[in-house]
Design a protein around this ligand. Sequence first.
Ligand SMILES: [Zn+2]
Length: 380
Amino acid sequence: MQSDPSSQSLAQTRTKKRPRTDSFDNEIALALTGLTDIPSISVARDPKYYQVNGDCKIRVGNTLFSIHRSLFEPDFLAFQSMLQLNSASGLTDENPIILARDTAEHFRALCWALYALSNSLTPEQTEGNSIELLTDLAFISHKYQLATIQSWSMNAIRRKCDHDICLWDNEKSYLIHCPDHLLSILLRLFVLYDETALQLLVTNSWITRLTSELPLSAFSTAFEFAEDNKLRTFLGQLYYARLTVADHESRHATFPQVNFPLQELEERHVQRIMRGSWALSNAWQNLLLSLPSLPAHSGCQQHDSKCIPEWKKLWASASTRGSVSDIRSKLRYIRDCLVNASYYGNGRISLGCITAGQSIVVPLIEKVELAFPDYFLGPE
Ligand SMILES: [Zn+2]
């Protein structure tokens, strides 16, 4: 199915047709509306999934499927009640169950999965197990509450995304190398399934790609995706990433630039990035003005003479790192210095106080990251 360019993935098609939030009821209402709306056109039997002895007739567009009702078990009752079918629905070619809002191709994918499942096959053991096919299955099975296929396809997708993660080598990660369009499909799917850990995996990979390999114009696509899907946290992370790229470009330009190089962006994005830049710079200045104090570890004998001056020096040194608004890099610099000091034991800050310093800086980084949307978009 992925070879036919006219058959965009289900995920892409649906993004354009409706907002994510009203997904389920609307789809079903539309599916039922179709019962009367479909003009009487000639109907052809599907060459592969019209089984002569099938007892469940389903019409999708002008294609008629005949499959075995038992394949849907244990989910058929949920499927039946959701579509408000009566017991006679789908028993004959003349009275099929009509799915008006799906394509024959997507339903064919569902049939493929139903038969593979009935043979106890894993997605990896079947042909055509591309990630596009699996995501289509996860979407359509969610729509029709086919719980068995939902978990079958999601497990395969989860394995695919998790499997190739290598903490030490980003290059090996599937999400770093998969085709660009899959990032938005996967993220929408993981939002639909409320898979927060997987959402984070996708957004982190997406940002890594945006800041390293993709053209800057790809930021606009990501901004729009995050806006359309109301992904405020992701939008905040994206703005921060774009700001750091602009800062970097600005500092390395041949001629000093008055404005950030943000030409390719729409005005509202530019305004938000400028607002974030100002707010983050302010936040850093405020941190310097009221520097978090380093508590003395109980065994520390040199706190006032060594730890405190060194702690202040560390913050002053961080202030010179990167641009003034790149507050996360500054805090990460402090964290890394503390880790290194702890590792090499250079004695400038006592070990116990290094731990105390880390317990100040690490939560601060998390707090700043969580506040990215507020810096750029204002309070919710
Ligand atoms: Zn100390």
